[in-house]
Design a protein around this ligand. Structure first.
Ligand SMILES: C[S@@+](CC[C@H](N)C(=O)[O-])C[C@H]1O[C@@H](n2cnc3c(N)ncnc32)[C@H](O)[C@@H]1O
Length: 231
């Protein structure tokens, strides 16, 4: 896999972030997870659902890649995790150490997340739903909390403004409490340039929003999340 014509990391990879990384990115407390159904959209091969389920949460994961055979997807997640780790090693100015101690820690913990995903999906396969934004196969307000990590804002060359608006609207449709989106920068550390416009367009539809700083930063400048409150 190469960056091809896209800036930064390039192609959209199937990443695997562990539960504790999600908790830090989204400033999650147990109350957030236990107050009602939670959706991870897109989940990739992350270990969030496994960890949240272990705490007693009612959690569903969504990703287009769940159409693939399970073993094939796990193998791809391991390849993409290794690719992501190479990118981190080759672009040291892009990343801040803190949550991860160093490049080796990054690889170890992301690979452990693939293992957690693998085990959890083998047991709870029905909670891993193949779907592609902007079309989610869920009822309006089906989830108390919707989490979206590393799709919107991170791949601006793949998705024009209208796609972002459509993705946000669809996640808002299935949320009753909050939609949290992280981070607000791409893989070159550049802030997504249309955030003010997106918030204004959603505000026109009755959606309140806030940018909240969290206690986690890995991509430099990327220590904030967007919180959307459905109308
Ligand atoms: C970088 S991964 C993020 C996964 C996970 N949230 C994490 O933080 O590790 C991006 C994911 O977005 C998925 N994806 C790509 N296009 C999508 C779309 N239109 N709707 C939903 N998911 C999409 C990919 O399959 C991939 O698994």
């Amino acid at each position: 896999m190469t960056g091809g014509e896209y800036r930064g990391l390039g192609d959209i990879i199937v990443t695997a972030r562990p539960f504790d990384e999600y908790a830090a990115m989204f400033d999650l407390r147990d109350d957030d997870l236990l107050a009602g159904p939670v959706l991870d959209c897109p989940a990739g091969a992350s270990g969030f659902a496994a960890g949240a389920r272990a705490l007693g949460a009612d959690v569903t994961a969504v990703d287009p890649q769940y159409e693939c055979g399970h073993d094939e997807l796990v193998a791809r997640a391991r390849r993409d995790t290794a690719y992501g780790n190479r990118y981190v090693r080759e672009n040291p100015g892009t990343y801040a150490w803190g949550f991860f101690r160093d490049e080796a820690d990054h690889l170890t913990r992301r690979m452990a997340a693939v293992d957690a995903f693998d085990s959890d999906r083998r047991v709870h396969g029905d909670r891993y739903v193949a779907a592609t934004l902007p079309h989610l196969p869920f009822d309006d307000r089906a989830f108390h909390l919707v989490l979206s990590s590393h799709l919107l804002f991170v791949y601006p060359d793949h998705f024009p403004y209208d796609d972002h608006l459509g993705f946000a609207r669809e996640m808002l449709r299935v949320a009753s409490g909050e939609v949290r989106i992280f981070p607000l920068v791409d893989t070159t550390t550049a802030p997504w340039p249309h955030l003010t416009r997106l918030r204004a367009d959603l505000e026109g539809e009755g959606v309140r929003s806030e940018v909240r700083r969290v206690g986690y930063e890995f991509i430099r400048n990327g220590g904030e999340m967007l919180v959307l409150h459905p109308a």
